[in-house]
Design a protein around this ligand. Structure first.
Ligand code: FES
Length: 104
């Protein structure tokens, strides 16, 4: 059973669970500021759930890659969209600063 490490918490989940959902169910948010309310609710469109991940996760989908090409993100930034990322093993998650979490 994979463990997600985020903001000092350790959350166990099932392999294949969506990262954003895992954290949300644990009472944790991957959003900064007003994007906690104003976001696309996991559709992969707003880009505000961007996080840095270190561990075993799914490969990015075309939708995710497309969104990460749009500002303020850039493919050179080492971030993933939590709503499009599936947990495949233990993973450490870091949220950057900025409304989109774009500053890691
Ligand atoms: S919640 Fe909007 S892209 Fe993830």
């Amino acid at each position: 059973m994979p463990t997600v490490y985020y903001q000092g918490e350790e959350i166990e989940c099932e392999e294949g669970d969506v990262l954003r959902d895992v954290l949300k169910e644990a009472g944790l948010s991957v959003h900064n500021g007003s994007t906690r309310t104003f976001n696309c609710h996991g559709l992969g469109q707003c880009g505000t759930c961007a996080v840095q991940v270190d561990g075993e996760v799914s490969e990015p989908s075309r939708r995710e890659e497309a969104r990460l090409w749009l500002p303020p993100h850039h493919p050179s930034h080492d971030v993933r969209l939590a709503c499009q990322t599936r947990v495949e093993g233990d993973v450490e998650v870091t949220k950057g600063s900025g409304l989109w979490g774009q500053h890691i």
